[in-house]
Design a protein around this ligand. Structure first.
Ligand code: COS
Length: 391
């Protein structure tokens, strides 16, 4: 077992860390306050190859591995969690499945411009009645000659307002539950497609979260992604990877909150000395640092498992669920403690920790709640028992 990063991974860590410090930290509060999508930042990150980190260069990506990808999302989220999720969705929820399930013709049109950052993608699975129960999808796709006719509404779609195309899930059979769902690529300029309600959120305010409305949207038959009836598996396969992106985002948020609390503890004086001299504060900092390091190991391990899966290493659903569960709960715990270290000041918008706290909460919810991660983990560990006899 080796814990050293490769030269390429160190390079992307240093580059994204610098970018976070120089470009993101100074404007993260303004992005949050104004609920502003950081268009200029996304364009700069595209230049750096961060919109398709693990997509091969021939398809417009940077051709790096998923550990490098996780590090990039961690560091960018340390600077601005909204920017982190904008990247994570384009990388893991859009480019990754288009690369994995798309034909070369589809990749040419729907991957190259997205992995290179000229365009932005999103992923539409959730519906008002199908959140955790993703198999409960009710939106419909009906085959009609040389095209499909799509109808329905998707909810809570990150990048929904800005995206140029979406991977969306529709019911192609009423009789089968999971096997009745198929995945489709839909360009945002398709007739009948519109962006509905834009959510007003607690955190990650710089990224849009919207409804996507489909009213008799026609897409050609080759816009079916993967086989008909395999959409649920496309979604689950995609979310296995996506959860590593969100775990990395949570890690970056936790690290940012920790660093803010650590530095503040050396500045803030009470009883004539820095509060960092008090054991009460030191223990909080020690626990924060330890939990973050444990989360980091799980996240990098999950990313390495995804790299191994590409070489025939099998499913990594359990590892990625563990990484997301632990990293997101760590982010919530660490950001809560960070506010505690700051005391009353931490509760105000004069310091960044209240933003980190608000940004952390969603990592326990999107791309599968912590309860869903526990379901995935429990199902996997039970199957590992020699006494397991199937479902
Ligand atoms: N990769 C590939 N296939 C998978 C898979 C994965 N990670 N997970 C499940 N499948 C397959 C199963 O093998 C099963 O296939 P068969 O029917 O051929 O046996 C099928 O999918 C159904 O699986 P399962 O019975 O486990 O589905 P459930 O309806 O019980 O759902 C959970 C399981 C709850 C884990 C799933 O619906 C889920 O992840 N929900 C949360 C969705 C989510 O993250 N939403 C956020 C939206 S994106 S921001």
């Amino acid at each position: 077992m080796r814990f050293e990063l490769t030269d390429e991974q160190k390079m992307i860590r240093d580059m994204t860390r610098r970018f976070a410090d120089d470009r993101l930290k100074p404007i993260a509060a303004e992005i949050d306050r104004n609920h502003r999508f950081p268009k200029e930042i996304v364009a700069e990150l595209a230049e750096l190859g961060l919109l398709g980190v693990a997509i091969p260069e021939e398809w417009g990506g940077a051709g790096m591995d998923h550990v490098a990808y996780a590090i990039a999302i961690e560091e960018i989220s340390r600077g601005c969690a909204s920017t982190g999720v904008i990247l994570s969705v384009n990388n893991s929820l859009y480019c990754d499945p288009v690369h994995h399930f798309g034909t070369d013709a589809i990749r040419e049109r729907y991957l190259k411009p997205f992995a290179s950052g000229k365009k932005l993608g999103c992923f539409g699975l959730t519906e008002s009645g199908a959140g955790t129960d993703a198999g409960g999808t009710r939106s419909t796709a009906i085959r009609n000659g040389d095209h499909w006719l799509l109808n329905g509404t998707k909810n809570f779609i990150t990048n929904g307002r800005e995206a140029d195309a979406t991977i969306c899930f529709f019911r192609t059979s009423k009789t089968d539950k999971h096997a009745g769902i198929s995945a489709f690529l839909v360009p945002s300029d398709a007739k009948g497609f519109s962006v509905g309600k834009v959510e007003d959120k607690l955190g990650i305010c710089g990224s849009s979260t919207t409804e996507l409305v489909f009213e008799d949207v026609r897409v050609p038959i080759d816009h079916l992604l993967g086989e008909e009836g395999q959409g649920f598996k496309v979604a689950m396969h995609t979310l296995d990877g996506g959860r590593i992106g969100i775990a990395s985002q949570a890690l970056g948020i936790a690290q940012a909150a920790f660093e803010a609390a650590r530095d503040y503890s050396l500045e803030r004086k009470q009883f004539g000395k820095p509060i960092g001299d008090f054991q009460a504060i030191q223990w909080m900092l020690a626990d924060m640092a330890t939990r973050i390091e444990a989360a980091r190991l799980l996240v990098y391990r999950a990313a390495a498992a995804k790299d191994a899966a590409k070489k025939g290493g099998g499913r990594y659903s359990k590892t990625s669920a563990m990484a997301k569960l632990f990293a997101s709960e760590t982010a919530m715990w660490v950001t809560t403690k960070a506010i505690q270290v700051f005391g009353g000041y931490g509760y105000t918008k004069d310091y960044p920790v209240e933003r980190h706290f608000r940004d952390a909460k969603i990592t326990e919810i999107y791309e599968g709640t912590s309860e869903v991660q526990r379901m995935v983990i429990a199902a996997a560990v039970l199957k590992e028992s020699p006494l397991y006899e199937g479902k």
